[in-house]
Design a protein around this ligand. Structure first.
Ligand SMILES: [Zn+2]
Length: 253
């Protein structure tokens, strides 16, 4: 490890942690159990697509915060948010999570690569001031792999997979949170069906990819997203980030 100025660099010149690392809040796993009359939903955006910025003003107009899962190695690519844009999300109270360093399929990497994907992404996010205790699995299937879960548990406090279903906040496996994908072909009726059964300890995690032309498989248009968020508002759902629901800031010693 080398120190250049204020940033500790790894041998490949990637920042590890700044000397301001103590400013990164220390967090512990401590779920906030919603009361029986609350209906809590989490909105998660996968991959850090730049187009997701189009969703932010809609979220803000309802006072909602979402979780954005960033692939730390993608932040220089044109279709993905750069660090300045990620900073602007965080300044609006959005939650910044890890989606690994290169979006590797964690089911199909050796153990060095597995640990590298998990640790590097976290170190890069922490070097920029984000607590980075939430992971979103790339290709959700690896969330079902016990070896992968064990590795994730050495770095992260909670992780979201893609097994479809509700998440019981006090009974779920915190390293395989269940969720629902919201793609172009999800009608408002489908969306409402995803939400059915939300209440008290049973929360619903919805995840999105691009905001863009509804003709694109993984995209939801701005208008459709607006209608979905309006539905949450009109039907009494509360929206929380994954960090707000599962983590607490702990005093540092
Ligand atoms: Zn992804």
């Amino acid at each position: 490890m080398f120190f250049t100025g204020l940033v500790a660099l790894d041998y490949d010149n990637t920042p590890l942690a700044t000397l301001f690392a103590s400013a990164v809040p220390h967090q512990i796993y401590q779920p906030t159990i919603p009361s029986a009359d609350q209906k809590v939903v989490c909105i998660v955006f996968d991959d850090g697509w730049k187009s997701q910025l189009d969703a932010v003003s809609i979220l803000e107009s309802f006072g909602y915060k979402a979780t954005f899962a960033i692939v730390t190695g993608y932040t220089n690519y044109p279709d993905y948010m750069d660090w300045r844009e990620i900073r602007s999300l965080a300044s609006k109270g959005m939650d910044i999570a890890s989606h690994t360093d290169t979006h590797a399929d964690l089911n199909n990497v050796n153990s060095d690569a597995l640990f590298g994907e998990l640790s590097k992404s976290q170190a890069v996010l922490r070097s920029r001031g984000y607590p980075a205790n939430v992971l979103v699995y790339p290709y959700g299937d690896s969330a079902n792999n016990k070896t992968v879960q064990d590795a994730v548990s050495q770095f992260y406090l909670v992780a979201r997979g893609t097994v479809e279903g509700k998440c019981n906040i006090s009974g779920c496996n915190r390293y395989n949170l269940h969720s629902y994908d919201v793609y172009h072909d999800v009608s408002l009726e489908d969306y409402a069906a995803y939400l059915e059964g939300t209440g008290g300890e049973n929360i619903t995690i919805l995840y999105y990819h691009k905001i863009g032309p509804q003709s694109e498989d993984t995209a939801v248009s701005r208008e459709v997203f607006q209608a979905q968020v309006q539905y949450l508002h009109d039907n009494g759902y509360s929206v929380r980030t994954l960090s707000q629901l599962f983590l607490k800031d702990a005093p540092t010693h």
